[in-house]
Write a protein that binds this ligand. Structure first.
Ligand SMILES: Cc1cc2nc3c(=O)[nH]c(=O)nc-3n(C[C@H](O)[C@H](O)[C@H](O)COP(=O)(O)OP(=O)(O)OC[C@H]3O[C@@H](n4cnc5c(N)ncnc54)[C@H](O)[C@@H]3O)c2cc1C
Length: 497
């Protein structure tokens, strides 16, 4: 932790990592401080993965500006970083005749912000496009797309690290002293010095702002739970299926969304909580999600659900007030030298590339810098064997037999992909670090088959069993050997006699 950085970025979500990558194209000394054991462990790894067109945001808002700009270059961004992307389109469905006028209003809102090719379709056209969906009509949004959110976050971080950015994982910023030019960020691992700070701490951005004396924001966490359906149900829809957004609601309503891996996700719910870390999933919401989703898609059952997850919206407006809360993307007079990114809820994933460009401009106005010739414009985190042609797989197996050994049978992930995930650029060592890089354990059996084999590989690659965690912190995988446990029990029994 020695040395002084030009820029310290607090938070390794998609926004912080997009900024890190953008800054890595200049000769700047940049650090990312992330409290979790890996990047993409906050909201950025737990959302709908939708590249929004901007149809739901006011044209004159900060959200609207960055949403539209980000969406424009998202496809190329994903291509450069080898991130799965699919312009599958979206239909916003009116369940009954009474919702049809809402579609017209949405169309007008979308056109005001510049969304192209919007079209109201009737019941029959909807049925042709989406045979399994029930509805009285829909707004067709063919330019909407999906991308893999955690692969993007990880690729941004790894390409930035390869370009010279220093990633400090398990490093929570506890306090900040000093001023522009000489900030001191206090962490449990020591002090980090930096000239400028970027506050991209997501759900805790209000707390980081307070560390530099800015008290004007409060974040109200709002949990969104999802269900993931088995891949065997993946072809029930061709595009994203959204309801008409609930008026004054905290989100866009429960939608049915394909993922780039061929699953369908149902969600998200919207429940305000007092704790940004309370990402539990509940039986109550599971029932609610299934009930609401089956109104549109009657052919799904509870048996199709393989797992659940939840993401937390960093809302700037409490539930009692409701309504629209805009993004904050600015340096405020109370804290010169700190770029504040607060309230970056949806569509923050879509907006991240455009926010990163803005922060890069802001940084270079204060710290002019030459181009970095070592910038990694293109990046591929882990080569996905399952997407290759058979002939190519043969060549890969000849190069390394690991490409021919399936370790995760549900998702068809090879041993080589697990090894590449273990040898990641950030030195993230948890089981989840492997999961989110390779996709192993994400299938129907949820790691029942491949989990122990991955642990075996981790140990072979130098991880001591007692140091292995699921997700960093105290999430230890093992508590000791069974032999030691047996000996301990035997000794206890002997003492009791
Ligand atoms: C339910 C839901 C669905 C969504 N769907 C979409 C969608 O389909 N499309 C879209 O465009 N957007 C969507 N979003 C929004 C999008 O996910 C977020 O806007 C985006 O991920 C925010 O990224 P971030 O980097 O700002 O925050 P985060 O991903 O939360 O990252 C912040 C990071 O800061 C770290 N941190 C916090 N405090 C500290 C500290 N003191 N020290 C060090 N590190 C710290 C955290 O651990 C975290 O990793 C959705 C959000 C939710 C909740």
């Amino acid at each position: 932790m020695s040395g002084k950085f030009d820029v310290a970025i607090v938070g390794g979500g998609v926004v912080g990592c997009a900024i890190a990558r953008e800054l890595s194209s200049y000769q700047l000394k940049v650090a990312v401080l992330e409290r979790a054991a890996d990047v993409a462990r906050g909201t950025s790894g737990k959302n709908s993965g939708v590249v929004h067109t901007g149809i739901n945001v006011p044209a004159d808002s900060v959200k609207g500006k960055y949403n539209v700009a980000g969406a424009q270059f998202f496809e190329q961004y994903c291509a450069d970083l080898d991130v799965p992307f699919d312009r599958c389109g979206k239909v916003i469905v009116a369940l009954g005749e009474s919702e049809l006028p809402d579609l017209e209003a949405l169309k007008a809102k979308g056109e005001a912000i510049g969304v192209q090719q919007l079209e109201i379709i009737d019941r029959d056209t909807l049925k042709k496009m989406e045979p399994n969906i029930e509805g009285a009509g829909a707004l067709n949004v063919p330019t909407a797309a999906i991308a893999c959110p955690y692969t993007l976050n990880i690729a941004l971080a790894e390409s930035a690290a390869a370009g010279g950015v220093e990633f400090m994982l398990n490093t929570q910023v506890l306090d900040i002293n000093g001023e522009q030019g000489s900030f001191e960020l206090e962490t449990p691992n020591g002090t980090v010095s930096a000239s400028l700070i970027v506050n991209s701490a997501g759900l805790f951005a209000d707390k980081v702002a307070r560390m530099v004396g800015v008290t004007r924001w409060r974040i109200w966490p709002c949990r969104g739970e999802y269900l993931i359906l088995d891949r065997s149900k993946g072809d029930m829809i061709n595009s994203m299926v959204y309801p008409v957004p609930p008026k004054g609601g905290a989100g866009l309503g429960i939608h049915i969304t394909p993922t780039t891996d061929g699953n369908i996700i149902l969600g998200p719910s919207a429940d305000y909580t007092n704790d940004g870390d309370d990402v539990r999933t509940t039986a109550k919401v599971r029932r609610q999600l299934l009930s609401e989703a089956t109104e549109f898609l009657p052919g799904i059952s509870p048996r199709d659900v393989i797992t659940a997850y939840s993401g937390m919206r960093p809302k700037l407006v409490p539930s009692s007030v409701g309504g629209f809360g805009d993004f904050v993307v600015e340096e405020v007079p109370e804290a010169p030298g700190v770029m504040q990114l607060v309230g970056i809820e949806s569509p923050g994933l879509t907006a991240a590339p455009a926010i990163a460009e803005e922060v890069s401009r802001w940084t270079r106005e204060r710290l002019p810098a030459k181009k970095n010739l070592n910038f990694k414009k293109t990046w591929s985190s882990v080569r996905r064997t399952r997407e290759e042609e058979l002939g190519v797989i043969d060549e890969l197996v000849a190069e390394d037999p690991g490409y021919g050994e399936i370790m995760c049978r549900c998702e068809m992930i090879t041993r080589r992909e697990i090894v590449d995930s273990i040898n990641n650029e950030l030195n993230a060592t948890s089981l989840n670090a492997i999961k989110y890089r390779s996709r192993a354990t994400m299938g129907r059996c949820q790691g029942g088959f491949c989990g122990p084999r991955i642990v075996d590989l981790l140990i072979k690659h130098g991880g001591a069993p007692e140091s292995l965690t699921l997700n960093g912190g105290g999430s230890w995988m093992f508590m000791g050997s069974t032999e030691d446990l047996r000996a301990e029990r035997k000794a206890q029994r002997a003492r009791a006699k």
